[in-house]
Write a protein that binds this ligand. Structure first.
Ligand code: MN3
Length: 203
């Protein structure tokens, strides 16, 4: 069973004006689709082709050396983009609740504290990459940023569970914001799906 491009969980224009339909259609239909195609080419005919994407990333050290870089980059980008689409909702504006809200308050003081930490990490990230809210093995929440395709699920990061992510590659915002990454981050903050994050936190 090959890896497949998931449908977006909303229409191409559902995140406007924060993210335009043009950006979303290129980002999902060209960039994400390209990573899936290259991932399938890299794992074709191997036992890795039948793994789910999370298991594949956690098993990266078992991938033969000649395929590992392609699987690392394209596998992580497949997961990262799938997770990014579900980190946002057209019905943004809700607030964290329950155990997630308590963990955020404990780590950052309050939600504004998290916003500052996450948007600072995303805005200050040099070059292409991702900003993440993650849950650590001891149940706390932390902000991380990863370079290029790198993903918190890789064993090199220890035992981290992603809760939300923001794509800070230029292709995520350049058509809409050009070089103004902070303006993109401010709008994306308002789209974050705290119900999704809560499910990841509890799951
Ligand atoms: Mn991207």
């Amino acid at each position: 069973m090959a890896f497949t491009l998931p449908d977006l969980p909303y229409a191409n224009d559902a995140l406007e004006p924060a993210i335009s339909a043009r950006t979303l259609s290129f980002h999902h239909g060209k960039h994400h689709a390209g990573y899936v195609t290259k991932l399938n080419a890299a794992v074709e005919g191997t036992r890795f082709a039948s793994m789910d994407i999370v298991t594949l990333l956690k098993s990266i050290d078992e991938v033969p050396a000649d395929k590992r870089k392609a699987v690392f980059n394209n596998g992580a980008q497949h997961f990262n983009h799938s997770f990014y689409w579900t980190s946002m909702t057209p019905n943004g504006g809700s607030k964290p609740s329950g155990g997630l809200a308590k963990a955020i308050d404990a780590a950052f003081g309050d939600l504004d504290g998290l916003k500052k930490k996450l948007t600072d990490a995303a805005g200050g990230h040099f070059g292409s990459g991702w900003a993440w809210l993650v849950k650590t093995a001891d149940g706390k929440v932390e902000v991380r940023d990863t370079h290029d395709a790198d993903c918190p699920l890789f064993p090199s990061h220890g035992d981290l569970k992603p809760l939300l992510t923001i794509d800070v590659w230029e292709h995520a915002y350049y058509l809409d914001y050009q070089n103004q990454r902070p303006a993109y981050l401010d709008k994306v903050w308002g789209l974050l799906d705290w119900n999704f994050a809560q499910k990841q936190f509890e799951g």
